[in-house]
Design a protein around this ligand. Structure first.
Ligand SMILES: Nc1ncnc2c1ncn2[C@@H]1O[C@H](COP(=O)(O)OP(=O)(O)OP(=O)(O)O)[C@@H](O)[C@H]1O
Length: 362
């Protein structure tokens, strides 16, 4: 568990954050300058809060009232930055074991073999960093941090310097870490796609404060938080299970409380529990059930609320077997459909709009 209370005045900028998060990955998400790195630096002990406390898994690392301030090197934290910062003169093996060799044997909680296996870097052990791709370097940097058996892994935009295919390659590795090694992760990002895939707890940062803290599916599905989560990113997140893959066309079927959702092809095995994001901009509404349409998903729903959003948009919340589905329609569409709470309507979703990046394994 992570228990953080931080207050620090940095020139005109005030960081004032209270956060309690369970195990797993906690993501700090927010625009540039909202204070994400300031928080990470205070947890790491690289800058000192004016007041507050930092407790990780029961260990007090900082407490202004009790005058506790553990030095950064004694906090036993793993830190992964945007750039891998590997030691150029050491092989991958040398980099990986660097922190590990400095630990007393009794403090080594994480085994070399398991880290190498999870990160898929067994074939790179003899290479120097100069001969690694950006994604491989980051995997080694993560491995090095893990092998120092940290109390918590701090990851500050670890994918920001990588292109989108390397990001996609690395995401599944990071997604496994927290659970596999039972280490909490504090993850800074301004990519909602990463947050969706990785975070158990989401902290929406705004002007030095936590504007909202909660489960990803809860916060992303809240229309009032859209100024912070972003109009483009807005959408409901529902829990589902991979029910099957179409043997002829390859589409993946997801079973969720509201029925079956057909989505783009994925490689996830049947039975995998996922959360799936359905972008509000990809949901259309039909008052009369349509026939002969290309959209694969036509779900019976009931209108819960209709709320004018900014500009020319209207948010429509639909209830579908206990799950919420959020549709964003134009004001002119609302003018012609006259949707109101209680109406039975069909939610239409193209299978092709839900891809692997919208599914997070649970
Ligand atoms: N040591 C410092 N002294 C004074 N002001 C600082 C210091 N460090 C950061 N700031 C200010 O605090 C604010 C928050 O910066 P911070 O780097 O934490 O934001 P961020 O959300 O991580 O941004 P980005 O996504 O761009 O990295 C900024 O206005 C920054 O100028």
């Amino acid at each position: 568990m992570l228990d953080i209370l931080l207050r620090r005045q940095q020139g005109p900028f005030l960081v004032d954050l209270a956060l309690v998060a369970g195990s797993g990955t906690t993501a700090l998400f927010g625009p540039s300058g909202s204070g994400k790195s300031s928080v990470i630096n205070m947890v790491a002990g690289l800058s000192r809060p004016d007041s507050g406390h930092v407790t990780v898994e029961g260990k007090v690392l900082f407490d202004s009232s009790a005058k506790v301030d553990v030095s950064p090197e004694r906090r036993r934290l793993g830190y992964v930055f945007q750039d891998a910062r590997l030691f150029p003169h050491l092989s991958v093996h040398g980099n990986l074991t660097f922190g590990m060799n400095r630990l007393a044997a009794a403090e080594r909680r994480i085994g070399f073999e398991s880290v190498v296996e999870v990160l898929g870097i067994g074939h790179l052990l003899d290479r120097r960093p100069a001969k690694l791709s950006g994604g491989e370097k980051q995997r080694v940097a993560i491995g090095r941090a893990l092998l120092a058996s940290p109390r918590i892994l701090l990851m500050d935009e670890p994918l920001a310097a990588l292109d989108s295919s390397r990001k996609a390659e690395l995401l599944p590795f990071i997604a496994k870490l927290s659970r596999q090694f039972a280490i909490p992760i504090l993850y800074v990002s301004h990519s909602m796609d990463e947050v969706l895939r990785l975070a158990d707890t989401l902290v929406l940062m705004d002007d030095g404060k936590a504007a909202a803290v909660g489960a990803v599916e809860e916060l992303l599905s809240r229309t009032d938080l859209r100024p912070l989560t972003g109009r483009y990113e807005a959408g409901a997140v529902v829990r589902a299970t991979i029910a099957g893959h179409d043997s002829t066309y390859g589409d993946t079927m997801l079973a969720f409380a509201g029925g079956v959702l057909q989505v783009g092809k994925t490689d996830l095995p049947v039975g995998t529990k996922v959360r799936v994001r359905i972008h509000a901009r990809d949901v259309a509404i039909a008052v009369d059930p349509p026939s002969r349409i290309s959209m694969r998903n036509a779900l019976p729903t009931v209108v819960k609320s209709v709320t004018p959003a900014e500009d020319w948009l209207v948010d429509v919340m639909l209830e579908c077997g206990g799950s919420d589905i959020w549709a964003q329609i134009t004001a002119s569409a609302q003018a012609s459909l006259a949707l109101r709470p209680g109406m039975h309507v069909t939610a239409l979703i193209k299978a092709a709009t839900i891809t692997r990046g919208d599914l997070a394994e649970q």
